[in-house]
Design a protein around this ligand. Structure first.
Ligand SMILES: [Zn+2]
Length: 261
């Protein structure tokens, strides 16, 4: 098959996976099954027919409204589908192998983590620890890293951040890095290796600081509500870690940073 057809198929796969990720993003933090029951309108519980569940097309055909109760369907749904499709498209480099599926899995779980962390300020264990496990199980087939390196990277990433978090909490009495972020370090290590892990953390910290400061400045709380406002204006770190991981997968940032031996 000509690579262009393969790329089209992978993009379509991305749209379908994106549609499933919408279910994951909605249900996983609520501890609901992601397979049963079939998708329903969150407002009127009308079950969604298969032909109303086609990525992007159904949203357009239904004019962003539930056919049952006419409630608006969030633009988040087609956005997640399109985003996953575009990322899958960009991920394909001409060969179908386990490395490709490792990367596609990493991307899909990253998209889910981003939106769940934005909505609920958590990274579910199914995604962090589950992703860590899948990263290690598939590690022997990784293209650029040995199994040993990926294992070491995941344990070091998790351990260093766990140590940091415990020290920070002991010194300040406040929780600095969330438990989900620490577990996700294991996932990042198992997919990116040591240099990739550090590159991802660097990108996450730099972009996270800049955006965090901008966000806190722009959403300045009213006089007197300063402390509470600062708490509310803080951003979750998970989406930045995902961004760091993606920048390593797509652009090999560790190469430019000369972090590779
Ligand atoms: Zn409805």
């Amino acid at each position: 098959m000509h690579p262009i057809y393969t790329q089209i198929l992978i993009t379509l796969l991305g749209l379908i996976v994106g549609s499933f990720l919408n279910v994951v993003i909605h249900r996983l933090p609520r501890d609901e099954s992601v397979v049963k029951p079939a998708s329903r309108c969150p407002n009127c519980a009308r079950s969604i027919r298969w032909y109303e569940n086609i990525p992007l097309l159904s949203f357009a055909a239904l004019r962003a409204k539930c056919p049952g109760c006419k409630t608006k369907i969030s633009y988040r749904y087609p956005l997640v589908e399109a985003l996953t499709g575009v990322l899958f498209f960009a991920c394909f480099r001409g060969t179908i192998d386990i490395e490709l599926f490792r990367n596609l899995f990493f991307i899909a779980s990253g998209v889910a983590i981003t939106f769940i962390d934005l909505d609920h300020r958590i990274i579910p264990d199914e995604l962090s620890l589950g992703g860590w496990a899948i990263g290690l199980i598939s590690a022997p087939w990784a293209a650029d890293h040995s199994f040993t390196e990926l294992l070491i990277a995941s344990v070091v990433g998790f351990g260093v951040f766990l140590g940091f978090a415990m020290l920070y909490e002991k010194l300040t009495g406040r929780v600095g890095i969330g438990g989900g972020d620490i577990k996700y370090m294991g996932t990042l290590g198992a997919f990116l290796g040591l240099s990739g892990l550090w590159a991802a953390i660097l990108v996450a910290s730099v972009v996270g600081s800049v955006i965090g400061i901008l966000y806190a400045t722009l959403s300045k709380p009213a006089e007197g509500a300063q402390n509470e406002g600062v708490m509310k204006a803080s951003l979750p770190f998970g989406p930045f870690l995902v961004l760091g991981g993606f920048s390593e997968i797509f652009f090999e940032v560790s190469q430019w940073l000369i972090l590779k031996p």
